[in-house]
Design a protein around this ligand. Structure first.
Ligand SMILES: CC(C)(COP(=O)(O)OP(=O)(O)OC[C@H]1O[C@@H](n2cnc3c(N)ncnc32)[C@H](O)[C@@H]1OP(=O)(O)O)[C@@H](O)C(=O)NCCC(=O)NCCS
Length: 470
């Protein structure tokens, strides 16, 4: 393996490859490859594969388009109605779309991570000693390489992230100066945007890095971003809800343990387990330039019909409990659901733009609840609603998917452990989503994927083009 890496350095002359390889050479004796070393082996193979596929199939029809348009960032593909023909508008829209569809998802079978279902990853990924949920470090390794890591590789990743976890002092100050009334998601997006100050990609780009080497600094930015999120999320939580000072990161502990500790729940092993499951199942998706685009995508995630729905679900459940009581009858719940629909509102936590069955992430959280909090009143209400809402949505006849999504459950679990501040929930969703965004992004850079540019037409243009045509 080492000689293959040496040969590839000779061929590319890449300093990023070189640093990955020299790290590898230093640790050849017993150690398994680190994530970056494994990527340095996988990327040249994948680049050749894409080249060959485009050469062989590029001009072939695939539905209404040709295969090359899939690789070419949808350039020129008529796919949008343009309402304001400005670049900002279009590119922002694209970033938000990227965040709004389930990148690793499958309409019929539900979410899959590199082809594996949630129960499969729960079975196969390494776990913390004594734990039963997968470590999100392992999920990240799987998303990036397509391979199941060993426990040692995952433990090394925990240590690497702990070493990168500190955030610059000025970012701490930015957060500390935010009024507590500013929504936690807005604070989150501000802090991530500010992190761009130290971006390895921005620095390498300014220094004229070759396109072939983009993936190296993108990898470093991705690792830094993931590593710093617990400190950002923890600081926002403590500032907004007056929960005291942040403890330091513990380099001996895994990522979820550190996140839980920063939020003030480090002493509760079941909450730490919940964080491992939560981050793992909320992780998939994709994005653009690491930090600014991730920040833009966070703003997309903060929409009430998207990631903020997990906040909306809890608001809705709490209002329902206030109106019809804690142990309400099925009849009373049905009436409340109908009143929501008749008021022209959506039932939060139900329906999905892509999936057409019960979200497997809902199922995973339900199973966690059955194990850890089977008698909790809010969990029972969530279950009662599961038996009632799909029938009503079917009867109402509009929603294409009447089944619950991931957001229908997460708030009830967090509330049970005492994390009751609903406005904060989407911050945790955003922390998890960084895993999927960055895994995609590293490969976008490794394979030189273009910006996505589907072509937008105004309604006037549509009327002109299709006038008189069938
Ligand atoms: C997720 C969601 C935005 C998908 O939207 P979509 O792709 O347009 O969904 P559909 O094609 O099924 O929508 C068809 C119609 O059913 C309605 N519908 C879908 N889900 C609904 C719900 N949970 N409650 C009430 N009406 C719903 C839509 O608003 C739409 O109505 P319209 O024709 O008057 O515009 C939608 O299901 C929703 O608003 N769900 C509630 C919010 C939520 O849980 N979001 C988190 C998603 S992970």
């Amino acid at each position: 393996m080492v000689s293959a890496l040496r040969a590839s350095i000779k061929k590319t002359g890449s300093p990023f490859l070189r640093s990955a390889v020299s790290a590898r050479l230093l640790s050849t004796a017993s150690k398994q490859p680190t994530l970056k070393e494994r990527l340095a082996e996988l990327i040249p193979v994948a680049q050749e594969k894409v080249k060959a596929a485009r050469h062989e199939h590029g001009k072939k029809s695939f539905g209404p388009v040709i295969v090359d348009q899939l690789y070419g960032g949808m350039r020129g593909l008529p796919a949008l109605i343009g309402k304001a023909r400005s670049w900002t508008r279009v590119s922002l829209h694209i970033i938000i779309v990227a965040f709004a569809s389930d990148g690793f998802g499958d309409v019929e079978e539900g979410i899959r991570f590199r082809g594996k279902t949630i129960p499969e990853i729960q079975g196969q990924l390494p776990k913390a000693p004594g734990g039963s949920e997968p470590l999100p470090e392992g999920l990240f390794w799987l998303l990036v390489t397509g391979e199941i890591p060993t426990y040692e590789q995952v433990a090394d990743l925990s240590k690497d992230w702990a070493a990168r976890a500190a955030i610059p002092e000025f970012v701490e100050e930015v957060l500390d100066r935010c009024p507590p009334t500013l929504h936690p998601m807005s604070q989150f997006s501000l802090a991530v945007t500010a992190l761009n100050h130290n971006s390895a990609f921005a620095k390498a780009y300014a220094e004229g890095v070759s396109k072939k080497e983009y993936w190296g600094p993108t990898f470093e930015d991705s690792m830094d971003l993931i590593a710093k999120l617990p400190n950002i999320a923890g600081r926002i939580y403590r500032n907004v809800y007056g929960r005291g000072k942040l403890p330091p990161i513990d380099a001996q502990k895994d990522y979820s343990h550190n996140l839980a500790a920063l939020l003030g729940f480090g002493d509760n092993p079941a909450f730490v387990e919940l964080m491992r499951l939560y981050i793992t199942i909320h992780s998939d998706h994709e994005g653009g330039n690491t930090l600014p685009s991730y920040a833009a995508a966070l703003n997309g995630l903060a929409g009430p019909l998207h990631g903020l729905a997990n906040q909306e679900v809890l608001v809705w459940l709490t209002k329902m409990q206030a109106k019809i009581g804690e142990d309400a009858s099925d009849e009373a719940v049905k009436e409340y659901v109908w009143s929501t629909l008749k008021g022209g509102q959506v039932v939060p936590g139900y329906g999905h733009a892509v999936l057409r069955k019960t979200d497997p992430r809902y199922v995973a959280q339900r199973e966690f609840a059955l194990k850890h909090l089977p008698n909790d009143k809010l969990f029972k209400l969530v279950g009662q609603i599961y038996n009632i809402v799909p029938g009503i949505l079917l009867e109402a006849g509009k929603a294409k998917n009447p089944w619950p999504n991931v957001d229908a459950h997460s708030g009830a679990l967090l509330t049970y452990y005492g994390l009751t501040e609903m406005q904060y929930y989407t911050v945790l969703f955003g922390v998890s989503r960084a895993f999927g965004v960055t895994a995609q992004l590293i490969w976008d850079r490794a394979l030189g994927a273009p910006l996505e540019r589907p072509k937008s037409y105004s309604t006037d243009a549509i009327n002109k083009i299709f006038k008189g045509k069938n």
